[in-house]
Design a protein around this ligand. Structure first.
Ligand SMILES: *Cc1c(COP(=O)(O)O)cnc(C)c1O
Length: 418
């Protein structure tokens, strides 16, 4: 069924009067995305229905965002309640949901101060700006170097994309912000050589999500912590993808025996409502005085009301325990699939952020497998051309996990010989 807009568009495109919605998309959008053909209509938990009424098991969760699945009643209620009061006042005024959420994050983490924005890139941008400013204030104009890692991903603002470790994403936009070094991930020796008294910050993901579901080794993270402490640099942990329960603890740093100086969270934090939080210590926060940084929408009461309700649910030890159990189940099912078909070189990741690296006839064909899964009613993710990525809602049912891996098995068989 075409939308009304399709007819309106038809006037401008007389050659395509009966265009489908997806065809209209290509006519009206900047061509930076290539979405699948299905168009979602409604969802419930880990199931999504498209506009034709076909259902899909959702192990993509909007790229690790819909932490409680679709249309969770508690989140719908929190949103509706705040929507009936007021939607937005900017940071010229504060609001109770924002204060409450900041207090909650402080109670649940190492942090003493919180800054809100609306996305992962924005909170990483804030973290990098804060780390630079703090370093310059404490140690002088020379101490500005940012150390990041190959294949890392920190967002698409120009600073964050240049800090990210995939040059193809930052090329072609003209002069880049400087004094950013990229090192091989998990290379303790290279890190030891690189961090110096000129380093302002080291930024890393505990598990590189977009970069292929690559976990940092505990030794590597501990080395980063020690080197930052020794050289007066800030350790920024980007938990935009691993945070808010996805790793099996509220934040993954809790499992690693290190405490960051700055922690960023977004994706799952709003369960689908856009919000990001940068968390830090009171001492470092001092470097963002009035007027030094800001966001019109940051701390929006609807986003904060939803995120507070979500944290009430996700921070429950019983829920976190169930994430670890579901992780073991999904891993076990994928391993069983591996025994049957031999499609995976390895299965890695943590909690409900798992990756399966493809081999044999499936090598570099993650996109084909993903397309076939979609065809069969299963939504999954990829992380590069050779890794299937699974990031379901933390509340996905055990039976849904088993069913999903069954569908994946069929899709692997169908894609083995084209
Ligand atoms: C998704 C992601 C980001 C960027 O978040 P946006 O909300 O898309 O700006 C940053 N860091 C990591 C680790 C991510 O996974």
């Amino acid at each position: 069924m075409a939308l009304h807009s399709a007819e309106a568009l038809g006037e401008k495109n007389p050659d395509r009067p009966g265009a489908t919605d997806r065809e209209v998309y290509d006519q009206v959008m900047v061509p930076n995305y290539a979405p699948m053909t299905l168009i979602p209509d409604r969802g419930e938990g880990s199931v999504l229905w498209d506009t034709d009424g076909k259902s899909y098991l959702d192990l993509a969760a909007g790229i690790a965002v819909s932490a409680l699945g679709h249309a969770h009643p508690a989140l719908v209620e929190a949103l509706a309640e705040q929507a009936g009061k007021f939607w937005h006042v900017s940071n010229l005024l504060t609001n109770r949901p924002a204060i409450g959420l900041a207090q909650r994050l402080i109670d649940l983490t190492f942090a003493e101060r919180v800054f809100f924005a609306n996305s992962g890139a924005e909170v990483n941008e804030a973290a990098l700006k804060l780390a630079r400013r703090h370093s310059i204030e404490q140690h002088g104009e020379e101490k500005t170097e940012i150390i990041a890692f190959d294949n890392s991903f920190h967002g698409r603002t120009f600073f964050t994309v240049c800090v990210g470790g995939q040059q193809k994403y930052s090329d072609g936009f003209g002069p880049k912000p400087g004094d950013i070094a990229h090192l091989p991930f998990n290379d303790v020796a290279a890190l030891g050589e690189a961090v110096s008294d000129r380093t302002a910050a080291v930024i890393l993901e505990p598990v590189q999500g977009e970069g292929g579901v690559n976990p940092a080794t505990p030794e590597f993270i501990r080395a980063a912590r020690d080197l930052c402490t020794r050289h007066g640099a800030s350790l920024i942990l980007d938990e935009v993808q691993t945070g808010v329960g996805r790793s099996g603890t509220l934040f993954m740093y809790e499992q690693l025996g290190v405490t960051p100086d700055i922690l960023t969270s977004a994706k799952g934090l709003g369960g689908g409502f856009p919000i990001g939080a940068m968390m830090t210590t009171a001492a470092i926060a001092e470097s963002l005085q009035v007027g030094t940084h800001g966001s019109t929408f940051g701390g929006n009461p609807m986003a904060c009301a939803v995120a507070s309700r979500l944290l009430d649910i996700v921070a429950d030890p019983a829920l976190l325990e169930s994430v670890r159990e579901k992780s073991a189940l999904l891993r076990g099912e994928l391993a069983r699939l591996q025994d049957q078909h031999g499609a995976f070189e390895c299965i890695r990741g943590t909690g409900l952020l798992l990756g399966a690296e493809l081999q044999g006839p499936w090598r570099n064909r993650a996109r084909d497998v993903l397309r076939q899964c979609t065809e069969e009613g299963l939504l999954i993710l990829m992380a590069g051309d050779n890794v299937l990525r699974f990031a379901p809602a933390l509340t996905i049912g055990d039976d849904q996990i088993r069913r999903a891996v069954g569908i994946l098995g069929d899709a692997l068989v169908k894609t083995a010989d084209p």
